[in-house]
Design a protein around this ligand. Structure first.
Ligand SMILES: [Zn+2]
Ligand SMILES: [Zn+2]
Ligand SMILES: [Zn+2]
Length: 179
């Protein structure tokens, strides 16, 4: 999957306006409706709100943050168990993934067509997650398993580091940092 084009990385970074994120959200909501329908599940109002909170950016967010944002938005309390269940339903529908090593969740913007395994690239600085196809990684895991007579049936592929935008910010001349 190609990364979003960034015209003004530094300015775009904090507010998520590096690209037309509304397009990402629209596509995701369409997919969610379709996927829930296909599985005979209901995209309830709460599930939709939880999805919108997680999909508000490309960052991974903790369940507790989702809970807090929902409460702040609705001005009332939302039961944690309801939010956890909503997240589980969204994961089952394939529109939200769990970042296993960080116990956080992110919206899926990658079309998983089932042929290639994906990998989540996670920025340690801004928490942005990008899913990329990583067929070689998964193939080598399969091979390594096979060599030991082991059948690998699932794998967690998460890579951590610094994203393009954060790397650009780190190398930017100091006088530009004020703007
Ligand atoms: Zn986006
Ligand atoms: Zn995905
Ligand atoms: Zn970053």
């Amino acid at each position: 999957m190609r990364r979003h084009e960034l015209t003004n990385p530094a300015a775009a970074h904090t507010d998520g306006a590096s690209h037309d994120h509304a397009v990402c959200i629209d596509a995701l909501l369409d997919r969610a409706k379709h996927s829930f329908g296909e599985k005979g599940l209901k995209l309830t109002a709460l599930r939709l709100r939880v999805l919108e909170e997680i999909a508000a950016s490309h960052d991974a967010v903790g369940a507790y943050d989702v809970l807090e944002r929902l409460a702040a938005r609705s001005g009332g309390k939302v039961a944690p168990i309801s939010v956890y269940r909503a997240i589980e339903a969204l994961r089952e529908a394939g529109v939200v993934h769990r970042l296993e090593s960080r116990n956080a969740f992110f919206a899926c913007h990658a079309p998983h067509l089932g042929r290639h395994g994906h990998m989540a690239l996670v920025c340690d600085k801004c928490a942005e997650v990008v899913e990329v196809e990583a067929p070689d990684f998964h193939a080598s895991l399969q091979r390594a398993g096979r060599d030991r007579g082991f059948a690998v049936t699932s794998a967690i592929a998460e890579g951590f580091g610094v994203c393009e935008v954060c790397r650009a910010e780190a190398t930017k001349p100091a006088h530009e940092e004020q703007s």
